[in-house]
Design a protein around this ligand. Structure first.
Ligand SMILES: NC(=O)c1ccc[n+]([C@@H]2O[C@H](COP(=O)([O-])OP(=O)(O)OC[C@H]3O[C@@H](n4cnc5c(N)ncnc54)[C@H](OP(=O)(O)O)[C@@H]3O)[C@@H](O)[C@H]2O)c1
Length: 251
C-alpha cells in the first residue's frame, strides 16, 4: 500500500469524480497530493473529506494565467513534484451544426489548451523519473454523433501525450494517456444532461461488461501508471471502458 511513498502529486480537477477518487487512492498509497478546482466551496469540501496529506489550489484550468499561478504556488510550496495528473475536463454535447464559437472555445480551452499549458507550466517542476498522466476518453478514438467538440478536444490531448512522451523521454519523464468509457460521475449532469435522459442502465446496455465504470476503477489504473511499477511504460494509451471499444465483426 505504499507504492507512492515519498511522491508528490498534482491533480487538476480533484474535487469530484475521477480526480477525487484518484486523490483518495494516491493518498492511500502514501503520496502527498495537491488538488485543483475552480469552485472554492467544492474544493474545500473535497479537502475535508479526503484528509491526510492533502493540499489544494483554486485554479480555473481553462485560464492560462491560473495554471501559471498554480505552478508558482507548487514551486514555492514543494519545489519539485513527481506526478502530474491532468484530469480537469468538461463534456458538451451538440450536433455539428449547433456548435457555436463560444461553446467550442469553452471545451477546447479547458480540455485541450488548458491541459497543454498546465503541462507546460508545471513541467520544469517535475523531477527526473517523474510522470504525467493525461485523462482523455474513448471519444478520442470514436465517432460519437453529438460529441464532435469533446471528441476533438480529447483526440488533441492524446496527440499531445504521444509527442510529449518522445520529447520528455530524455528527461526520464514518462507520459501516458488513459481513455475511460462511461464512468459514474456528475460530468453529464454538469453538461446540462438530466440524469433521467441518460440512465446508468441505458448506458450499461452499450457496454459488453454490462455496467458502467466507477471512478475508483479508473483511479487504480492511474495510480499504477504513476508508480514505479510502470517504469517501462511511456507513450501508451489505455482504454478502460468495459470493452466498449472492441467492435465485434458479428453480433
Ligand atoms: N465520466 C465519464 O464518463 C468520463 C469518460 C471519459 C473521460 N472522462 C474524463 O474524465 C475527466 C474527469 O471527469 P469526471 O467524469 O470525473 O467528471 P467530474 O466529476 O465533473 O470531474 C471533473 C473535474 O474537473 C473539474 N474541472 C472542470 N473544469 C475545470 C476548470 N476549468 N478548472 C478546474 N477544474 C475544472 C471539475 O470541477 P467542477 O466541479 O468545478 O466542475 C471536477 O473537479 C474529464 O477530463 C472527463 O472528460 C470522463
Amino acid at each position: 500500500m505504499d507504492q507512492l511513498q515519498n511522491k508528490t502529486a498534482v491533480i487538476t480537477g480533484g474535487n469530484s469524480g475521477i480526480g477525487y477518487a484518484t486523490a483518495a487512492d494516491f493518498l492511500a498509497k502514501g503520496a502527498k497530493v495537491l488538488i485543483t478546482g475552480r469552485k472554492p466551496e467544492a474544493v474545500q469540501q473535497a479537502v475535508a473529506a479526503l484528509g491526510g496529506e492533502i493540499d489544494s489550489f483554486i485554479a480555473d484550468q481553462g485560464k492560462i494565467n491560473d495554471s501559471q499561478k498554480l505552478a508558482e504556488y507548487v514551486r514555492d510550496r514543494y519545489g519539485k513534484i513527481d506526478i502530474l495528473f491532468v484530469n480537469a475536463g468538461v463534456a458538451a454535447f451538440a450536433s455539428f451544426a449547433d456548435v457555436t464559437e463560444a461553446s467550442f472555445d469553452t471545451v477546447m480551452d479547458i480540455n485541450l489548451k488548458g491541459a497543454f499549458f498546465t503541462v507546460q507550466h508545471l513541467l520544469p517542476l517535475i523531477n527526473e523519473g517523474g510522470t504525467i498522466i493525461l485523462l482523455s476518453s474513448v471519444n478520442a478514438l470514436a465517432g460519437m454523433p453529438g460529441a464532435v467538440v469533446y471528441s476533438a478536444s480529447k483526440a488533441g490531448l492524446n496527440s499531445l501525450g504521444r509527442t510529449l512522451s518522445r520529447e520528455l523521454a530524455s528527461r526520464k519523464i514518462r507520459v501516458n494517456i488513459v481513455n475511460p468509457g462511461p464512468v459514474a460521475t456528475p460530468i453529464l449532469e454538469k453538461a446540462g444532461i438530466p440524469k433521467e435522459a441518460i440512465s446508468e442502465e441505458q448506458l450499461a446496455k452499450a457496454l459488453p461488461i454490462g455496467r458502467i465504470g466507477q471512478p475508483e476503477e479508473i483511479a487504480k489504473l492511474v495510480s499504477f501508471l504513476a508508480s514505479d511499477d510502470a517504469s517501462f511504460i511511456t507513450g501508451a494509451e489505455y482504454n478502460i471502458d468495459g470493452g466498449i471499444s472492441v467492435h465485434p465483426l458479428i453480433g
